[in-house]
Write a protein that binds this ligand. Sequence first.
Ligand SMILES: [Zn+2]
Length: 246
Amino acid sequence: MYKQSSGTTGDTEGTRSIKQHTNGRQKATIYTDSQTTLSMLQNSKIHTNIIEDIRQWYEMKKAGWQIALRWVKAHTGTRGNEMVDTLAKKATTNGAITESYAKIPKRAVLRQLEEVSARKWQRSWTQTTKDSTTKEYFPDIEVRLKMKLKLTGNLSTILTGHGNIKAYLHRFNISGEQTCPCGEGDQTTDHIIYDCAALKEERDRLRAAVNKTEDWPTSKRNLLQRHYKEFSKFINSISFEELNAE
Ligand SMILES: [Zn+2]
């Protein structure tokens, strides 16, 4: 898909820039001049910090962001690379950073850039009402950026409230019924996590794990941020097909 031009050696750590269009749609483009970075992104065995960071931005697709990955030629004054420098300079003139741009390693500049972007992102995250379910788990976008989530279909459904659950299907007129087959209420993400009678056994295991450190029920935010392993195990054990079979 991407070709590296002859005579160019990709940086091993990759170079990226994040462009945000805050007017209207939520969009971000990640630019890299590193072929290595692109192939590392596609290799699921690689978990270096920088690669995980990029992956997390990429995963925000599932929270409604449009994220694109672009390769640009290295060291040739292309727009993408110049953009890194421009944005990096902006990042250093923003807030408490006082050092001269020239003295800071590029990696550190990119780190600052990411933090500035995260703050901008936080602002639009706080303003938008669209992803209110996701916000219950991540009121703070920087926490989201630091968490390594394995986003399965089930977990995405529970984090976003979008997917194969009856309340969602009902809202979009795909299914007429939003009552859960267990008979104890509408099948919302809260119902599935806290109440659904059909999931009692699996939930009891989660509850036992949570009870080691705090009372049940605990907030969705705590479930995800403090009990990620057990919580994702519970969520991933659910078969929505089975749950909703007539
Ligand atoms: Zn139920």
